[in-house]
Design a protein around this ligand. Structure first.
Ligand SMILES: NC(=O)c1ccc[n+]([C@@H]2O[C@H](COP(=O)([O-])OP(=O)(O)OC[C@H]3O[C@@H](n4cnc5c(N)ncnc54)[C@H](OP(=O)(O)O)[C@@H]3O)[C@@H](O)[C@H]2O)c1
Length: 420
C-alpha cells in the first residue's frame, strides 16, 4: 500500500506546474486518484498550490525532496506507486531518481528527450530494474508518445486490414504550433555539450538502434532526413524534424521490446512538412540551415553563452498560457507492407505539443500505470510508452488528454487483388 498513486516530482518546473494544474482540474481523492506534489523548495511549492484550481476544494499534499539527498528520494519513492519526474535536464539530475525508484519498487514516468541519458540508465540499471517491480517508462511527453503510440496504432490497423505489419513507416508533421521552455533548451544544450566532451557519443547516438536491447536482430539501414527535399508521401517539401533524434530511437526500441512485432527489417523516419512549391522549398531549406546553425552555435561556448543570455528561455520559462491553448499538432504516418499495401493514420493534439499537450499525456500515463492492475503486474524494467501501455493508453489520451488517433485511408496492393 502506498500513500499516493502519483507523486509529481519537479512540480515547480515549467511543465510540472502545468501538470499540477491539469491534475487539480481533473482529479481528486473523490475521483479515486491520490496525487501529491514534490520538489526541493517548500515556498515555491506552496505558491504553486495557492494558484491551483481545486476540483473538490482539496489541496494536494507537498513532499520535499532533493536529487542531492538520497534519503529524501527514498522517502518520496516509498510513498508513491508512480513517480512522475520532470526534474531535468535528466542527464544532470535524473539518475538518483531512477535509482531510488528501482530500490523502492516504485514505477516511474518521465519526459526525457535525451537518448544519451536513457542509454546510460539502460546500461547501468537494466538488471537491477528487471529484478525489481519498478516499471520505468521514459519519454512520455510529445517526445515520444505521439510517435511511439502512433506507430503502434498504425501497426494494429495494419494487422486488422492486411493481417501483417507495415515494414516501412514515414511520419510527417503536417502542422504544428508551439514553443520551447528553458528546461527543454537546457536539455538540448546539455546533449551538445556532452557530444563536445565525448567525441564517440555522436557516433553512438547516430546508431538508430542505440536504445535497443543487445539481441534486437535488426541491421537494416534506416532512412534519415538530413536536409530539405520533396516528399512523395505528402507531395510537399519536407525538412529535418528536431525530435526525430529521440523519437526514432524510442520507436525502434519499442519494436525490439515487442519481439520485432514490426519485423526485423522495419524502417522508420520522421520529417517536418514545410509546404508546397517555392515557398515550401524555401521554408524547408531555412529550417535545415536554422537547425544546423543552432547546433553549431550551441557547440561553440561563447556563442552558446550569448544565446543563453539574450535569446533562449531560462529554466522555469516557457510559452504563455495563450500560446499553450492556441498550440496544436497534426501528424500523419504513412505505412507500407512488404506486399505494397498502404495505410495512413493520423494523430492530433489540442494544445501546444511541448507543454499543454505533454502535461496531459504524462499525467494520463502516470495515472494509468498506477491504477491498472495489468500494468502493475508487468515485470520490472525499462519500457517505452508502446511496449508498456500497448493499447491501454488510447482511451485516456483520447477521452481526457485531447489526442486523437484515426485511420485516414488504406489501399490493398493491386497484385494481391488480382490473385484473390
Ligand atoms: N518530452 C517532452 O516532450 C518534453 C516536454 C517538455 C519538457 N521536457 C523536459 O522536461 C524537463 C523539464 O522541463 P522544464 O522546462 O519544465 O524545466 P525547468 O522549468 O527548468 O524545471 C527544472 C526542475 O528541476 C528542479 N530541480 C533542479 N535541481 C533540483 C534538485 N537538486 N532537486 C530537486 N529538483 C531539482 C527544479 O526545481 P526548482 O524550481 O526548485 O529550481 C525545477 O522543478 C526538461 O528536461 C525538458 O527537456 C520534455
Amino acid at each position: 500500500m502506498r500513500d499516493f498513486d502519483v507523486i509529481v516530482f519537479g512540480a515547480t518546473s515549467f511543465v510540472g506546474q502545468i501538470i499540477a494544474r491539469y491534475l487539480a482540474t481533473h482529479y481528486s481523492h473523490q475521483d479515486n486518484v491520490k496525487w501529491a506534489l514534490a520538489g526541493r523548495n517548500q515556498d515555491k511549492l506552496q505558491n504553486i498550490v495557492k494558484a491551483l484550481p481545486s476540483k473538490h476544494n482539496t489541496k494536494p499534499s507537498l513532499i520535499i525532496a532533493d536529487v542531492n539527498d538520497n534519503a529524501s528520494l527514498i522517502a518520496l519513492c516509498k510513498r508513491a506507486k508512480v513517480v512522475l519526474s520532470t526534474v531535468g535536464p535528466y542527464a544532470q539530475f535524473g539518475e538518483p531518481v531512477v535509482r531510488a525508484c528501482i530500490e523502492c519498487d516504485t514505477s516511474y514516468v518521465d519526459l526525457t528527450g535525451e537518448p544519451q541519458w536513457i542509454k546510460a540508465m539502460l546500461d547501468l540499471y537494466s538488471k537491477a530494474a528487471s529484478e525489481s517491480q519498478a516499471k520505468l517508462v521514459n519519454s512520455c511527453g510529445f517526445d515520444s508518445i505521439p510517435s511511439d503510440l502512433g506507430v503502434y496504432f498504425l501497426q494494429q490497423q495494419s494487422q486488422l486490414r492486411f493481417n501483417k505489419p507495415c515494414t516501412n513507416v514515414a511520419m510527417r508533421v503536417r502542422r504544428i504550433r508551439g514553443g520551447a521552455s528553458g528546461g527543454t533548451i537546457a536539455s538540448m544544450l546539455q546533449l551538445v555539450e556532452e557530444m563536445g566532451r565525448d567525441k564517440s557519443l555522436r557516433k553512438k547516438l547516430a546508431n538508430p538502434y542505440v536504445l535497443c536491447p543487445n539481441n534486437h536482430r535488426m541491421s537494416v539501414r534506416q532512412p534519415n532526413i538530413k536536409k530539405a527535399c520533396f516528399d512523395d508521401h505528402t507531395q510537399r517539401w519536407i525538412a529535418p524534424f528536431i525530435m526525430a533524434a529521440i523519437n526514432t530511437r524510442i520507436v525502434h526500441r519499442s519494436n525490439a521490446l515487442l519481439g520485432n512485432a514490426y519485423t526485423d527489417h522495419f524502417t522508420y523516419e520522421e520529417a517536418l512538412v514545410t509546404g508546397k512549391d517555392t515557398k515550401g522549398a524555401m521554408t524547408g531549406w531555412m529550417t535545415t540551415f536554422g537547425l544546423g546553425g543552432f547546433m553549431v552555435a550551441a557547440s561553440v561556448k561563447p556563442l552558446r553563452g550569448l544565446m543563453e543570455k539574450y535569446w533562449l528561455p531560462k529554466p522555469g520559462e516557457g510559452p504563455s498560457e495563450k500560446a499553450q491553448q492556441e498550440g496544436f499538432f497534426d501528424i500523419y504516418f504513412y505505412g507500407k507492407t512488404d506486399e505494397g499495401d498502404t495505410l495512413t493514420v493520423r494523430v492530433t493534439g489540442d494544445k501546444d505539443p511541448g507543454y499543454g499537450s505533454t502535461a496531459q499525456m504524462i499525467a494520463e500515463a502516470a495515472i494509468k500505470l498506477a491504477k491498472s492492475e495489468k500494468l502493475q503486474a508487468l515485470p520490472g524494467g525499462f519500457y517505452t510508452p508502446a511496449s508498456c501501455f500497448k493499447d491501454a493508453l488510447f482511451g485516456p489520451l483520447q477521452e481526457h488528454a485531447g489526442l486523437t488517433f484515426e485511420e485516414v485511408t488504406h489501399t490493398v496492393a493491386k497484385t494481391k487483388v488480382k490473385s484473390t
